[in-house]
Design a protein around this ligand. Sequence first.
Ligand code: PLP
Length: 405
Amino acid sequence: MADVNRVGTGTASRQRRRRSEAGTKMTPVPFTDLAAMAGEVWPSVERDYLACLLGAAYIGGPAVTSFEEEWAAYCGADYAVGVANGTDALELTLTALGIGRGDEVVVPANTFIATAAAVVRAGADPRFADVSDDTLLITPGTLTEAITPRTRAVIVVHLFGQVPDMAGILDVAAKMGICVIEDAAQAHGAEWDGRRAGSFGDAACFSFYPAKNLGAFGDGGAVVTSQADLADRVRTLANHGRSHGASHYEHTYVGTNSRLDTLQAVLLSGKLAFLDAWTQRRIVLAARYREVLSGTGLRHTGVASQARHAYHLFVVRVAGRDAVRVELARRGIESGVHYPVPCHWQPPLRRFADRPLPATEQAAGELLSLPMFPHLTDCQVDFVGEALSDILQGMTVDPEFIDVQ
Ligand SMILES: Cc1ncc(COP(=O)(O)O)c(C=O)c1O
């Protein structure tokens, strides 16, 4: 095991310490920079945003419709329904598919809790699947293992921005007669075999939470699908159960209030014009991280040749993770952990944990997310990469325990 107390004793560390002693100011590296993205987009949306704000156009209207059309087209699907957040997108999709009490939905356990919580809130039971130790994504094999006679659907999570082997997963789902829902909250613009996230499943659920690759000035989400009746049911459920064309006080179902605000739609339309360039920049930054970290013995893992990774997060795996984070923070570098506790170990979901999930459980103690956002500079990546290399040198970590993804 690594000696986690021996950190930061390498040559680079000594050099930096000398620089800092000589009075060089250390610039902090944030985990993300939402203000930089807002600043870049604002000039192109200012006029429409203010017109909407001052014209009191707050709910629905042409701005929402036009963002929905743009987003569906971008994803390669026929319909998008704007909703209040990604969690609602998942719950509404399950309900609209008729999935509820007595049903089981396969979900990976290494995801944000919203994926599994949506299943419980829809009235069904999550059935946790393990993931590939290499990509940390669900595979056709781990999906097959998890399916039982009660399984009605799988929620495939495009974790960190990578779409898993969708050809294999769709094949298993078709054979077993279950629905496929993509949790694409982290995967705007990601691709598998040239097809975009959002175009594979019966439906795909997106989050526009501010820190996402396409983020709003608050919460937002969308359900994307090419099934007209499914899109219609989601829209009805999200709008107090009002069917298409019904008057304000006519309700077909007991629904809820989960709509994408008009102001958010205006901003998201503006940001969409930047998404491809921002994703490309994330890809370049990820390649640079790998290069800077390549001398450390870190093992690169898990980007399939068919995948275009959108790098919502850049995640490395390292033993002694918590000590490494402390040392990074001491050098002014923010980091994150996605996710320290897998869903099947979360207290409200433990009752659904029926077997060990070795790859998921092993990863949970090692995952470390490094700063990743389009406005991160090359110098900042070099600084983070060199700091990490330096810290690891001091830790004498067995390279077998370290993984870069
Ligand atoms: C994988 C995943 N699923 C679902 C969600 C939920 O999205 P929201 O925060 O918009 O409800 C998130 C957001 O963090 C997520 O990362």
